[in-house]
Structure formats: structure tokens, C-alpha cells
Design a protein around this ligand. Sequence first.
Ligand SMILES: [Zn+2]
Length: 659
Amino acid sequence: MQVASIEGSRRVYTLSTAACRTRRYPLKRHPLAAAILATVLGCTAFAVYADDVPAPQNVPYSAGTLKIDVDATDLAHRVFRVHEVVPAAPGPLTLLYPQWIPGNHSPTGPIDKFAGLVVKANGQTLPWKRDEYNVYAFHVDVPQGANAVEVEFQYLSPQDTRQGRVVMTPEMLNLQWNTVSLYPAGYYARQIQADPSVKLPAGWQFGSALDVASQDGDTVHFKPINYDDLVDSPIYAGKYFKRVDLDPGASTPVHMDIVADDPKFLEITPEQLKIHRALIQQMYKLYGAHHYNHYDFLFSLSDKMSGNGLEHHRSSEDGTPTGYFTEWDKSWIMRDLLSHEFNHSWDGKYRRGADLATPSFNVPMGDSLLWVYEGQTQFWGQVMAARSGLWNGDQYHEMIAAVAASYDKGRPGLASWRNVQDTTNDPTIAQRRPLPYRNYQASEDYYSAGEMIWLDVDGKLRELTGNKKSIDDFGKAFFGVNPGAWDVDTYTFEDVVKTLNDIAPYDWASYLRKRLDGHGGLTGGLEAHGWKLVYNDKPSDAIKAAEAFRHTADLTYSLGVSVGKEGAISDVLWDGPAFNAGISPGMTIVAVDGRSYDPDALKSAVTAAKDSSQPIELLVKNFDEYKTVRIDYHGGLKYPHLERDTSKPDTLTQLIKAR
Ligand SMILES: [Zn+2]
């Protein structure tokens, strides 16, 4: 075996054998591994194809500050226009469009909507070339005599939700800096300084964690900030805007910056305000420290702009349908959104899994600790919804019952072939695309299965300490450290285990690994807190609200099927009664027992079959074929609920009680 040549800085290994040349090994940094692989494959020579992008170094980008000017006024075309000046010395320069997006934990940077790139220096247009193996990287040569390049491009934001999140409407916009900037390769993102500005539609107001330097008409100039924090500081702007003080008189201000489709959706009752203010105080009581100098909930109430829930260090992007405040009783199931995203300022942004804390936005992330990052945030998001009054105790119970049922009977994939740890790969595997058999494939279960694991941990801590210690002690010790610091403090699995051991010595490593790597056994936290999961024929308010919100009929735990609008089947429980009778997602139910489909008819048929030996008969449409499917199911309707186990103390009620 021989290396035929190394082509200068590209470090590309070339070859002579055609069969080996056709394979692409992304092993640029591991030529030895590539050589071994080539030997195994029987190649007499081999090639390592690799990108030509300088790796990030932890040194200041000394050429100067990026000047990023965004024109966000083209609402008609939903186009953001970018003019950027990148100071650079003469010679090769690689510009990157951010690929790995924090909070998405995956390579979702919208490069498919990046267009119109023109690069100039000293008034002359320069040729650019996209890297052969990295479509997010653009190479240019900065000519002699120049000290900067001038870059122009557009971000063509989605025109409808099939293309991605809609972020521009006639009434509002959501600007994320990673979509409207390029940055020089070869440096840690926090070592690059940026000087951003945005031109907004006339008269619009905005919210952001960015500090304003000056305002010139509708153009807002922000104070210079490092590129890492810039990408972490999006903007919500709108025609109808309201800023609400959630911690009056505090030295660290917390605001809610709300944009809405119409001013009428901005009405907030004194009781609603009180509850949102309570959320801030309950968080402070839990953690005892915070990691920002000010915080802004960027909140959209819209049926046009896509919803969102994306965490940042000093802000969060929160988006719900219009009725969050004005249809308060109907909107409750989504009311753990703000508590979830706020919790991320501690869990996820300040404390972050070591493999997730990457130096730039074009280095792959490792998601192995998302069961802490998202799992414990899911746990606290719901507990804090209850502690602050966003939910009452019954609402919390119903939501937990629905989650527990998923891990009791609703995830056959986790009981058979996958485990919770493996689902931490799903941001990269599925990138939230719809899945054919979600319950069997399992996807991002580290959120809710993680929540169940942390409920279990809380029960165990209470058991080990005679109810003197709980997960509140873990929260304070792990996340509530170093008041005021807002860099990133990374942790490993061993750090989690150590903190638990410091509170109550136990074999926490085995305890956690059993739940993360095993198949099932995730609902023990309920029993530990003096409750048990039961099923009866009455849907809870949570199920009813979810059915109304998603326009579904949820018969997961009876017939093993969820049905959407007009009979369209949205999910079929793998190996459940409907599945085994030949039903699959994508079919449409046309009739139930000889009558036109409607959700109540289907539920009545399930109830009637309980006292009958006759199967339930569905007429279904599959492409252009109609067929009758008989489901021999006689178990009646089944919906999950919590029931008190009076043989044990009720520590669940203690957990959700306001502090
Ligand atoms: Zn989250």
C-alpha cells in the first residue's frame, strides 16, 4: 500500500486503483484509520476525500469585526437581504454558513434557502467556490491590497410550512442570525466579533436579548457582540407588540416581548400576569442562581407564523397559536412551553453536555446527554408549570398520566429494539420529519422518557434520605451554581453521577444506565411517589384537549390507532389490534360498522364491541382501493389516568407544590 500523493494543504490522499477510488472515506484527520480500512478492503492504494475547511482554533479573529446588516423589510417576498463586510488578510478565506444549530442539536442550518451570493473586494467581484465535500463552506481568494471582503446574499425564508418554519408574515417576523450571516472558518465562534444591524418594516417594534447601540428610523444598530452570542440572540419583531415586565424592580430584568396577528390577542388578565411572574420566582427558588444579565421571552401569538420553542442563554423563541391568553381554558396543554424554554437557560445553555458544546456552528455535535438537557428540562418544565400556577394539580396529573402511558404501552419500539440512549441520535437521524411508525421507531424519546427517569430519580432520592432530599437538591447543586456567569459550563455522565452521589450515596451509574440502555421499566417514578397508572373508558381533559388541538381521535390504548381529520389515520400502534388487522398509517377510514366515519361513531363502535362477539368493521381507503377490515377487539375504550396508592405517602403533591 502506498500514499500516492498529498496535495498541499488539502491533505488528500490519491490512489491508483479505480475500485478504491470510487469509495469516499471522510477520514481526513485519520489517515492511519483510512489506511487500515483500505487494507481490510483489499485496496492496493486508497483515497481520503475530505473537505478543505480549516478547523476552528481558540484564538481571536484579529482581522477585525464582522459588519452584518440585514434588511428585513421585504415582507411581500419573505426575503431577508444581507450585506456583510468580513475583514480578512490577502490569501485564502473560507466563509461558513452555520450548519449545526444549537437547540436543534442537528445539522439543520437552512442552506437550501441561501441564495444570491456575491463576494467583492476593492469593488471587484471575486469568484467563489463551494467546497467539494462541505456544502456549507465557500472558498474565496482575498486579493493583494484588500483588507476585507464584501458579501451579499439573501435568505429566502419558507413560503409555506412544507419548506420549513414560516418566519415572516404581514404582521411579524422571526430573525435568526445563523440564517443571515456567514463567518470565517478557522476560529472559535466566540473569538469572532460582530457588529449587527437590522432594518425593520416601518413602525414595527421588536424584542431581543441584544443590547441596542442606536436607532436610526427603522434601522436598529446593536452593540458589538461575539458571533457565538449573536447566533444565540434572535429577534422577534411585529406590527402589534407588547412588552411585559415579569420581574418589576429586579436588578436582572425579565421581560415577555409579545407579537401577535392582531392587537386583541395581546390582552393579558391580571391573573395571567401574576402566574407568569410567579414562574420567574419559582425558578429562582429552585436554582438560587441565574446565568444572564437580562432575559427576554420572545413570544409570538400567531396562526400564520410557525410555532416555536427554541432556547437561548438570555432569551427564548416561543410561539403558540393566537389564543394562548384569550382562550386560556382551551390552551392549557401548551402552557409548559415558557417554563420549559426558560429552564434551558440553566439546563442546556449554561450547563451543557460536553459533547454538545462545540467551538463553532460547523463542527458536529454529540447528543449523548440530551436525556439531561431535554429530559430534565421536560421534567422541570411541567413541574414548574404546576408550581407557578400555569397548570393546576389535576392538569399536571393528567399530563403525567399521558406521558407514563407512552412508556407503559405506547412505545413498542422501546420495549423491543431501541433504548432511550439511542434516541438521543434522533435530531440527526429524523430531523423532526414525520415518521411512518413513530411509536415503533421511537424518536426523541429522551424528552419524555427522560422526564420519567428524573421522576424516578426524585423518588429514589426521597427514599434514600427519608424524604429529606429530593431532585430540588440536585437542581440547585448541578445547575444553580456560579451566579451571574453566562459562559458554558460543560459536564459528563460521571459529573451527573457524582452530584447525585453527593446528595445520597448509591450506585447511580447502574441505576441510570439500566433505564437508559434497557427496554422498559420507565414508569417506576409514579409508584415511588404514591401513585399508579390505570386505564378506564373516560378520556382525561388532557386527552380531550390534545384531541381538539391536533384534530385527532386518540384510541392508542384500545384499538391501537389515532385518527386525524376526515378519517385520515395518523398513527397505528405496532402489533396492536388495528395493526394486526391490516390497518396502516396513510389509510383513511370511510365508514364504521356500515355508517359514515366520525370520531364519535368510531368510539361508539369500540364501546359496543365490548359486549358483543362481532368484530368492529371498518371500510378503509388505501390509494384508490376500498376494503373492509374487521378488528376483533372487545376490550372497550381505554384512557390513562393516575390513581392514588394510599399505601405510600403522596410525594408527587409535594413535588409540584409552590415553594
Ligand atoms: Zn427543550
